[in-house]
Design a protein around this ligand. Structure first.
Ligand code: FAD
Length: 434
């Protein structure tokens, strides 16, 4: 165990950054209080709803992708951090405001707020050498106070990047888009349903956002076409939601899908996900993002050339808050010596092995960070290496149950009531009216 006290920077005060800050604060024997940089004026990250799209008051891209009526797609019984449950009075599927309030309460409960530099945008993260040697094992962060317009440079032993990955829309090229006379947008910009009243809407992509938005829009739109390359959703859908093969090209007035059917469209929405984006990392960091895979990262977290740089929450299709808790435990264990990281060569070899295995089991390159059911063995392993308690088994069970119920009853799954009796037992109650 090392007795050096680490100075840690946390970038972002969304769920991941707040969780990182609370863990650092709770390990005061090994860590100084963290410095948390947050470019907005509040905590909560993507859970802070705004009517705005495009740029914010400081000229930076709007971060949040929430729409006004959004309710969680996971029950609150498994959504919270393991040491801080949601209010039991809330329904299982909570509104974005409830999640934001939860994160506000978490911030105060764990004394995080005074460690956050609000309205402070991290502009550069750069590795630098310590006083006595060539090894670049320190970090310099240049940030901008957005209210004053001033810059500040600070040094750290370690950086935890907690900046989220639902802000930079991924928009694939579709032939003919230049001829389309309707409106196009990305799900990142969707806020309210009113502008869609009486319209023919096409949604491309049927991940959680595509499906949620189709269900939201069908109450006002004339017709909603959910176009996707997956197998068809089998659950009953409202009559004005159609499913179609993936869009092949645009016409002037609509789209032609893979089955050659043409659908009229007034508005076309890309529900095609997001890019990983780390504009503040210096070139020297050498992080590469190629077709939605970030390298060189060990266990999706540790930069193998600079093993004091960590990325929290990069994985997709996970149970986010509990997952962050485990990843952060691992990162801090790697820093304070509770877990000794392998050499760079060993970490790179293990990552390549994991990548090749995931290709062999049919996971495409672009989904390397999409864990889904692999998240359970992954987080159990991290917990073991970090010497912390694994996640309670109910999280896995209820997450997997929710997946099944959502598939079977996509229109109503958010009305089910979940109840955790203890770490092993639970109950799911279907609403009486269904
Ligand atoms: P974010 O919440 O995005 O926070 C990142 C923070 O970093 C932001 O506050 C941002 O301002 C800050 N930041 C970024 N760059 C900088 C910089 N350069 N300098 C300073 N600060 C910076 N999860 C669930 O558990 N349940 C759900 O039902 C659910 N539904 C979702 C629905 C939608 C539409 C979306 C987009 C996501 C949903 N998620 C859901 C996933 C959600 O992203 C995670 O739950 C979680 O909130 C992500 O937290 P984060 O801290 O990683 O990122």
């Amino acid at each position: 165990m090392s007795y050096h006290k680490f100075k840690v920077a946390v970038i972002g005060a969304g769920a991941a950054g707040l969780c990182a800050a609370s863990h650092v604060l709770s390990r005061s024997e090994n860590f100084h209080p963290p410095v948390v940089y947050e470019m907005s004026d509040c905590v909560g990250g993507t859970w802070v709803y705004t009517d705005n799209v495009g740029r914010n008051d400081y000229g930076l891209p709007v971060h949040s992708s929430m729409y006004k009526n959004l309710r969680s797609n996971l029950p609150k019984e498994i959504m919270g951090f393991p040491d801080f449950p949601f209010d039991t009075q809330l329904p299982s599927f909570v509104s974005h405001n409830d999640v934001r309030s939860y994160l506000e309460q978490y911030t105060d409960q764990f004394g995080i707020r005074s460690h956050i530099k609000f309205c402070t945008n991290v502009e550069l993260v750069n590795p630098i050498s310590g006083a006595n040697g060539d090894t670049k094992n320190l970090w310099e962060i240049i940030s901008k106070d957005l209210r004053r317009g001033t810059h500040c440079t600070e040094r750290f032993d370690s950086v935890l990047v907690c900046t989220g990955h639902y802000s930079d829309p991924y928009i694939p090229h579709i032939p003919g888009i230049e001829h389309f006379k309707g409106q196009t947008m990305h799900s990142h910009e969707f806020r309210i349903t009113e502008p869609f009243t009486g319209k023919n809407v096409i949604l491309l992509g049927c991940g959680p956002s595509g499906i949620d938005m189709a269900l939201e829009l069908c109450s006002v739109a004339k017709q909603v076409v959910l176009s996707h390359a997956n197998s068809l959703l089998t659950a009953p859908l409202p009559p004005n939601i159609l499913q179609a093969k993936a869009v092949e090209r645009f016409s002037e007035t609509g789209v032609i899908c893979g089955d050659k059917t043409e659908y009229p469209a007034d508005i076309f929405i890309f529900c095609t996900g997001y890019n990983y984006s780390f504009p503040f990392l210096s070139r020297e960091v050498g992080l590469e993002v190629r077709d939605h895979r970030v390298t060189p990262l060990y266990k999706h977290i540790v930069h193998t050339t600079f093993p004091t740089l960590f990325f929290i929450g990069l994985c997709k299709t996970i149970c986010p808050f509990p997952f962050f808790h485990i990843q952060i435990s691992f990162a801090l264990a790697a820093l304070d010596g509770t877990h000794k990281l392998p050499s760079k060569a060993e970490m790179d070899a293990a990552t390549e092995d994991q990548y090749q295995t995931s290709l062999q089991i049919g996971i495409p390159h672009r989904h390397f960070h999409k864990l889904d059911s692999l998240q359970w063995s992954y987080s159990a392993e991290l917990a073991q290496l970090a010497k912390v308690d694994p996640l309670p088994p109910t999280i896995r069970k209820l997450y997997e149950e929710n997946k099944v119920i959502r598939r079977q009853d996509v229109c109503n799954y958010k009305n089910y009531k979940y109840e955790v009796i203890d770490h092993e037992k639970w109950r799911i109650v279907k609403p009486k009216s269904l």
